[in-house]
Design a binder for this molecule. Structure first.
Ligand SMILES: Nc1ncnc2c1ncn2[C@@H]1O[C@H](COP(=O)(O)OP(=O)(O)OP(=O)(O)O)[C@@H](O)[C@H]1O
Ligand SMILES: [Mg+2]
Length: 238
C-alpha cells in the first residue's frame, strides 16, 4: 500500500502545490486522481515517484519510507509514465520496450521481445514496433511508454493523463486494456476525463488548490463534488 501522510510540497518560487495531503492507494484497486488544472496532481505524482522531495510529511510503500528505499528496488516497484516524457528518440519502439527488461532485469532478449510484441498487439499498435518515436503519433508513443513500463511488472504504475492524446474510441479500448491488467499492477491514474475515471477506477481522490477536497469511491465522489468543480469536466461527455 502507498500511503501519503500530511505531505506538502513547495516549489522554489514559493508556490505550495501540495498542501497537507493525506491519502492511501490500496493494492488491488485502480485509483484515480482528479482535480482541475493546477490543483497539484502532477506535483503529487512527482513526489510519489521520488522526483520531488516533500518538505513536510511522509510517503510510505508497505510501511517503508520511499525516500529510504534503494533506487533500484524503488524503481522496480513503482513505475511512472509522465505526460511528456515518452521514449528514447534514437531507439525504435520495440528497442525502447526491451531495453530495461534485458539490461536491468537480465531477461533473455527473445522473451522480452516476444512479450513486448504481445503487449503492442493488444494495444492495437503492433505496426509501430519498428518505428522511431518521431514517426508515431503522440497517443501511440504514450501507450508504448506505458506498455514499456508494465514489462517491468511494477507493483504500482502511476500514469499522468494517459488519455490526453487519445480520441474517444481509442480511450475506450485503452480503458479496457488497463482494466485487463489490473491483476498485474496497481494503477494510480491522473486524469481530467471523468468518464474514463468512472469506467476504470474504483477509488479516487479529488485535489483542489493542493488539498484533498474529496476521496473515496469514484462514483460517490463524482456525485459529491458534481455541484461544484466537477461539472465542467464531467459535463462534456456525460
Ligand atoms: N516547476 C514549477 N515551479 C513553480 N511552480 C510550479 C512548477 N510546476 C508546477 N507549479 C505550480 O504548482 C501548481 C500545481 O501544478 P501541477 O502541475 O502539479 O498541477 P496539475 O494538477 O498537474 O495541473 P494540470 O491538470 O494542468 O496538469 C500550479 O499552480 C503550478 O503553476
Ligand atoms: Mg499535470
Amino acid at each position: 500500500m502507498i500511503r501519503i501522510e500530511d505531505v506538502s510540497y513547495e516549489y522554489a518560487s514559493g508556490k505550495r502545490a501540495i498542501d497537507g495531503v493525506t491519502l492511501e492507494f490500496r493494492p488491488g484497486t485502480i485509483s484515480a486522481v482528479l482535480g482541475e488544472s493546477g490543483s497539484g496532481k502532477t506535483t503529487m505524482l512527482m513526489c510519489l515517484g521520488r522526483f520531488l522531495r516533500p518538505q513536510r510529511g511522509a510517503i510510505t510503500l508497505d510501511g517503508k519510507d520511499v525516500f529510504e528505499l534503494p533506487e533500484a528496488e524503488f524503481r522496480r516497484k513503482v513505475g511512472i509514465v509522465f505526460q511528456k516524457l515518452y521514449l528514447f528518440p534514437h531507439l525504435t519502439v520495440l528497442e525502447n520496450m526491451v531495453l530495461a527488461p534485458v539490461h536491468a532485469l537480465s531477461r533473455p532478449s527473445g522473451d522480452a521481445r516476444h512479450e513486448a510484441m504481445e503487449m503492442l498487439d493488444r494495444l492495437g499498435i503492433a505496426d509501430i514496433a519498428a518505428s522511431y518515436p518521431a514517426q508515431v503519433s503522440g497517443g501511440q508513443a504514450q501507450r508504448a511508454a506505458i506498455a514499456r513500463g508494465l514489462l517491468l511488472r511494477p507493483e504500482y504504475m502511476l500514469l499522468d493523463e494517459p488519455t490526453s492524446a487519445l480520441d474517444a474510441n481509442t480511450t475506450d479500448a485503452f480503458a479496457e486494456w488497463l482494466a485487463d491488467l489490473k491483476d498485474v499492477t496497481n494503477f494510480v491514474i491522473v486524469t481530467h476525463d471523468i468518464l474514463f475515471a468512472r469506467k476504470l477506477a474504483s477509488d479516487g481522490v479529488y485535489l483542489s488548490g493542493g488539498k484533498v477536497l474529496d476521496s473515496g469511491r469514484v462514483d460517490d465522489m463524482i456525485r459529491h463534488v458534481r455541484a461544484g468543480q466537477l461539472v465542467e469536466a464531467g459535463g462534456r461527455r456525460d
